[in-house]
Design a protein around this ligand. Structure first.
Ligand SMILES: Nc1ncnc2c1ncn2[C@@H]1O[C@H](COP(=O)(O)OP(=O)(O)OP(=O)(O)O)[C@@H](O)[C@H]1O
Length: 718
């Protein structure tokens, strides 16, 4: 392959990034939609074909497994040779690979299991119960957060001095219990993967020297989202003789809340000195208006590294801003707009509804159902985190390794088969006392149980043994299909009345497809089933995007693009969230989140907000998000409420019929003539609220329409 084939189709800056001297450390500050995946892939091709770097001397770290798969696929096409020996994956995936390869040095056995967040939660809960730690005083989620947060910072329980802090003291106690439990049971949670593999390298000089020498080029994508231990991991692998190529965008750092450190990008300048920086600012995704609006918004953040996106694709349409009366009105507006786009030939999957928090999806789901438009909630729960998938994988894990206690607990009585808590408790106690697995314990105690319990338990043991025998020689996807049927899961979810859309059954079918598509690396340290389970445990963000409107949080939309985007709930306290208001750094992260949302758009962006929203059991008045004010109005097209306030509308809209207490009978009604001391004569268009907080919308002859709070307005009904 010659150089021009590699640089073909790249713009000047992209080309410069790809072909930069391979003796340099590099930071690519790449704006949204500026083609960073392309740059990263072409850089690897450049190093291999033009600089004779060995394939296995490359380490590439991506943010999701999906991105890793995309890079692999692209590389095999461009390089036309096998690339199995190249390490491409997420931090978690690569850490896992290291631990599998050197499990003994990492103080593990070959059969160690990965715990996901739910498994971790359950273990913490049990440990707290067994040790009489009051969960009403120390909520499990908070303890779990404490433990993971420490590990993300590279801190072990033994490193913490609680001093006189009662809260830390208790959390620390659980942390210690949890660490001991995981060590005894060979369990590794997500945060542990990182810290353990970091310690593995740090404490084994030979191993570290080996990998430092092997990985001549370390390439890291989405650098702005690295946390402390990930940063330390890269720094450790950097010997000074090898080189780093980091790609990131400080304006898209949105994971501070889970430990990402935006300042890691600036630390590159000292820890990896000298490092050359290149800015990628040409955007290939969005229109000029969208980019200008996004640039203007993000300019309100402080401490930016400085970047301004541009496009040569023209201005495109203005950004619509819709002010809705209520969240129902907002949903109606969004869905009817989507309906119109579909009528005009767009595919439902071209349209995305993005919101700040998951709970906001429901109202849009209802409207989509009403309009009969297919939709999918993307990443609301990651594929693997959905209960049905975890149950299926529970069976796969158990037939692969009958000593997998976490899997045992999950499936022993699912679908229900008459094995009660008392039986499971007995199994646990026996296993603990005899240092054996739950499955072995079940076999041993079954004869001691009352007949009915014994029969139920024997049925389960037989089921697992049969499944193990029957699937021994099957390929991965046949194995998955077989266990879905014999376990009874498929029938269970097919009959699940709560799953009206049948999406759980569909998810199970999707798991078979995922198994079919699973590409097992030949030189992997694991067998195919373990590889598949681990991949699934680490990330399964490869949901198929088919003919459905896409609903997701803005966080889940990171890295994606859509022709039409509806960014909804643009209200103070919702977006930006209430928690961020008193902390400038949190507010900056909210703004970056808004920026990420806006820069997903290819053709047309709509922003919307409601002036009244039903939250926490009551209607609250909402104020437009400050982010709307931060976008210059020349990029905006403000749309009036779809329905102007009319008597018919007032009667038809339930939300306006509730909670209304006219000042006194016959005075306050839509159409009532009023007089205000300053604004003069006007007519009531609308009103809402109760007692002292009644708000009235009045169209004044002189000054136009205004909302006034009746208790302050001193209105005269004329
Ligand atoms: N030189 C180029 N010429 C034409 N199109 C390009 C070029 N570089 C990138 N693109 C296209 O631009 C779009 C955005 O690229 P990509 O998805 O890699 O962006 P990104 O930098 O990862 O964005 P984000 O950070 O917002 O997720 C893609 O559709 C890609 O094919």
């Amino acid at each position: 392959m010659n150089l021009s084939e590699i640089t073909n189709g790249l713009n000047d800056k992209q080309c410069q990034s790809v072909t930069l001297n391979n003796e340099k450390n590099v930071l690519i500050l790449a704006g949204a939609g500026s083609g960073k995946t392309r740059v990263l892939t072409h850089r690897i091709v450049y190093l291999i074909t033009q600089k004779d770097i060995r394939i296995d001397a490359i380490l590439a770290v991506t943010f999701t497994n999906k991105a890793a798969a995309a890079i692999r696929e692209k590389l095999s096409i461009l390089l036309r040779r096998p690339i199995q020996s190249m390490w491409v994956g997420t931090f978690h995936g690569l850490a896992h690979r290291l631990l599998r390869a050197h499990y003994e040095k990492a103080r593990l056995t070959s059969g160690f299991q990965i715990l996901d967040a739910q498994d971790q939660f359950r273990i913490i809960k049990r440990l707290m119960k067994e040790n009489n730690i009051d969960e009403s005083k120390f909520p499990i989620r908070k303890v779990q957060w404490f433990i993971n947060n420490q590990k993300d910072e590279g801190i072990r329980a033994q490193d913490i001095d609680p001093g006189y802090n009662y809260f830390i003291k208790n959390n620390l106690e659980v942390f210690e219990l949890y660490e001991a439990h995981c060590q005894t049971n060979d369990l590794i949670d997500f945060a542990e993967l990182l810290i353990r593999s970091y310690e593995l390298l740090k404490n084994n000089t030979d191993l570290l020297n080996h990998y430092q020498a092997r990985f001549e080029h370390i390439l890291v994508d989405e650098f702005q989202d690295t946390n402390t231990v990930q940063y330390k991991w890269i720094k450790l692998l950097f010997s000074g003789n090898n080189r780093v190529f980091c790609v990131g965008d400080d304006d898209q750092s949105i994971y501070g809340w889970r430990g990402a450190k935006i300042e890691n990008i600036t630390k590159l300048y000292t820890d990896f000195f000298p490092i050359e920086t290149i800015h990628l600012e040409q955007n290939y995704r969005s229109t000029g208006n969208i980019l200008n609006a996004s640039n203007a918004l993000i300019a309100h953040n402080t401490n930016r590294m400085g970047k301004s996106l541009w496009t040569d694709a023209g201005n495109g349409e203005l950004i619509d801003v819709y002010k809705a009366r209520t969240e129902t009105d907002e949903a109606d507006y969004v869905i009817s707009s989507i309906q119109k786009l579909i009528t005009d030939d767009a595919s439902p999957s071209d349209c995305a509804i993005l919101y700040r928090s998951n709970a906001q999806s429901r109202i849009f789901e209802e409207a989509l159902i009403k309009y009969n438009i297919p939709y999918i909630i993307y990443g609301g729960l990651r594929f693997l985190e959905r209960a049905e998938i975890k149950n299926a994988l529970g069976y796969l894990r158990l037939i692969e390794n009958s000593a997998d206690n976490v899997a045992f607990e999950r499936v022993v009585n699912f679908p229900t088969r008459g094995i009660g808590n008392t039986t499971v408790e007995k199994i646990r106690t026996f296993a603990q006392d005899n240092h054996t697995s739950l499955f072995q314990a079940a076999i041993q105690i079954s004869s001691t149980l009352p007949t009915r319990s014994a029969n139920a338990l024997n049925g389960f043991i037989k089921l697992i043994e049969q499944m193990t025998d029957n699937t021994k020689y099957l390929g991965l996807s046949e194995k998955v299909a077989n266990l879905l049927n014999t376990s009874g899961l498929m029938v269970h979810y097919s009959n699940d009345k709560t799953d009206k859309a049948g999406s759980k059954k569909e998810n199970l079918e999707e798991l078979i497809t995922a198994a079919q598509q699973y590409n097992h690396e030949q030189d992997s340290e694991m067998n195919e089933v373990v590889g598949f389970i681990s991949l699934a445990s680490l990330d399964f963000s490869g949901d198929t995007i088919n003919q459905n409107v896409q609903l997701m949080t803005i966080h889940s939309a990171k890295g994606l693009e859509f022709p039409y985007v509806f960014l909804v709930g643009m209200e103070e306290d919702l977006f930006p969230s209430r928690q961020s208001k008193d902390e400038p750094h949190l507010m900056d992260e909210e703004r970056r989140l808004c920026y990420v949302g806006m820069t997903r758009v290819m053709k047309k962006l709509s922003l919307s907000y409601a002036i009244k929203r039903f939250l926490h059991g009551e209607f609250l008045h909402a104020y437009p998000s400050r982010f709307l004010d931060e976008i210059p109005s020349r990029y905006l097209n403000k749309i009036k409420a779809k329905f102007s306030a009319t008597i018919q509308n007032y009667n038809a809209d339930n939300t306006f019929n509730q909670n209304i207490t006219p000042k006194s009978d016959g005075q306050l009604f839509i159409g009532a003539p009023v007089k205000h001391a300053k604004f003069g004569l006007g007519t009531v268009l609308n009103f809402e609220g109760q007692d002292d907080s009644v708000r009235i919308q009045i169209k004044f002859k002189q000054v136009g329409t205004k909302w006034l709070i009746s208790s302050y307005a001193n209105l005269e009904f004329v």
